[in-house]
Design a protein around this ligand. Structure first.
Ligand SMILES: [Fe+2]
Length: 194
């Protein structure tokens, strides 16, 4: 049997070099909506006590950003000031229609269970391209304006997810697919329809 002695790491109190300091600055730039969604999804202590499950429809809850900010690294998550954060629960079988998020960009992270996402990309003159993926806890998706998707809990366990929108979500258009592409079938407005 052989053993390997690892060299001990020298501890240095010297100031960091300019390049090292630059790397630190680089690492603390705003990290974006996806990082914010994941950072909040893992902080179950901030929201687990709020979660409800409703048989009649998906449950949604707007998380006040002022309550979240103290738990986050402000240098990484500056966009929180302009963002809107929703907590959603999904019983098996519950889901959204095919929809976009208006002019909002954002991200969502699965915090519990698994959600199935179908993404539809419309291409002029061609059949829409569709892809589907199961997103287990810890997975995240980010999106720009006009991203069209459908999210459903297709499995047997309840799911919870954290959604970040920036700018704040003001409307969602709903769609159906026909051979010519995506057809808008409705618009849900914040403050009116949810
Ligand atoms: Fe969505």
């Amino acid at each position: 049997m052989t053993s390997t002695v690892l060299p001990s790491s020298p501890v240095s109190a010297r100031p960091r070099s300019a390049s090292a300091a630059g790397q630190v600055a680089e690492a603390t730039r705003p990290a974006g909506a996806a990082a914010l969604a994941v950072a909040l999804a893992v902080r179950t202590d901030l929201w687990a006590h709020l979660v409800e499950f409703r048989e009649e429809s998906r449950w949604t809850h707007l998380l006040p950003t002022a309550d979240l900010a103290p738990a986050l690294d402000p240098s990484l998550h500056q966009e929180l000031e302009e963002a809107q954060v929703w907590l959603l629960s999904w019983l098996p079988g519950q889901g959204t229609p095919l929809h976009d998020h208006g002019a909002s960009s954002g991200a969502f992270a699965v915090a519990r269970g698994t959600l199935t996402e179908r993404v539809v990309a419309a291409r002029s003159g061609r059949a829409p391209h569709q892809s589907t993926a199961d997103l287990a806890a810890g997975r995240v998706r980010f999106f720009g304006p006009h991203y069209v998707h459908q999210v459903v809990n297709t499995l047997h366990e309840p799911a919870v997810s954290v959604h970040v929108y920036a700018p704040r979500l003001s409307l969602m258009n709903t769609y159906r697919i026909d051979p010519t592409g995506l057809v808008r079938i409705g618009t849900e407005k914040a403050g009116v329809d949810w």
